[in-house]
Design a protein around this ligand. Structure first.
Ligand code: NAD
Length: 253
């Protein structure tokens, strides 16, 4: 397999929420494949910046709160100013709120939908407009979940948002594939990050989850390195609207 299929030399990627967890691992993997990174975060992504620069790539630090849409245009403008163009968008930032459906609050509904779904759509729209201006297509990689496929429990707004991400990935692929824009998603399984700390701290839930994962272990952020480089690279040019589970076999059970 020619290495150039996965080569991102000279390209640039916006990665949201890359100061920690899965976003950090994906930003570093893209950088190691040759890609400059625009990191969109609420706080200082010091470790990620150091790892990206350690891989010999430029890291541009953009501060934004994706709970609102105010920053969308400035994220695109900062990326174009820094790199002259955008090649890849990774919509990774996301949050989760847990409560019984009978008592789930409107605030917990809106907070999750705003970050996990609304910002994903409007940032994708703004970046796709830039892709169209550039005239050479581009790659959008959304971050879905097992709860894009399953119902889950006590996470109503999260399940709604991630099921929405899967549908939106298909819709955007339908509208933009002919423009050379690949829209796909990665659905991580149960990965050891801040997002799942509460689950891993609950011994009963932790044991239940582990017993159901064919691979026999929680996923690590680095397990997303290959999939994100694939979906960002020429190797995936004819892959459109797909949500790729990276789940240790969870969905195969
Ligand atoms: P995490 O909590 O470690 O990271 C989430 C990132 O999103 C952080 O960088 C955070 O600062 C950022 N973020 C949250 N709200 C934001 C806002 N308003 N504005 C800007 N940035 C914001 O969790 P993670 O596990 O690394 O999650 C990354 C993505 O992967 C999320 O979309 C999450 O839903 C998804 N996911 C995680 C798992 C898992 O098992 N960990 C499984 C499936 C999907």
């Amino acid at each position: 397999m020619p290495a150039r299929l996965f080569d991102l030399t000279g390209k640039s990627a916006i990665v949201t929420g890359c100061n920690t967890g899965l976003g950090a691992a994906m930003a570093i993997a893209l950088a190691e494949a040759g890609c400059g990174i625009v990191g969109v975060n609420r706080s200082d992504p010091a470790d990620t910046r150091a790892r990206v620069e350690g891989a010999g790539q430029r890291f541009v630090d953009v501060r934004a709160d994706l709970a609102a849409l105010d920053a969308v245009d400035s994220i695109v403008a900062a990326s174009v100013e820094a790199f002259g163009r955008i090649d890849v968008l990774v919509n990774n930032a996301g949050i989760i709120r847990r409560n019984d459906a009978l008592t789930f609050s409107e605030a917990d509904w809106d907070a999750v939908i705003d970050v996990n779904l609304k910002s994903v759509f409007f940032l994708s729209q703004a970046v796709a407009r830039q892709f169209v201006r550039q005239g050479a297509g581009g790659k959008i990689i959304n971050v879905a979940s097992m709860l894009s496929f399953q119902g889950g429990i006590r996470v109503a707004s999260y399940t709604a948002s991630k099921s929405g991400v899967l549908g939106l990935t298909r819709l955007l692929a339908n509208e933009w594939a002919a423009k050379g824009i690949n829209v796909n998603a990665i659905a991580p399984g149960y990965m050891a990050t801040n997002n799942t700390a509460a689950l891993r701290d609950d011994r009963e839930r932790n044991d239940e989850i582990l017993a159901r994962i064919p691979a026999g272990r929680w996923g690590a952020p680095d397990d997303l390195a290959g999939p994100v480089v694939f979906l960002a690279s020429p190797a995936s040019d004819y892959v459109h609207g797909h949500t790729l589970a990276v789940d240790g076999g969870w969905l195969a059970r």
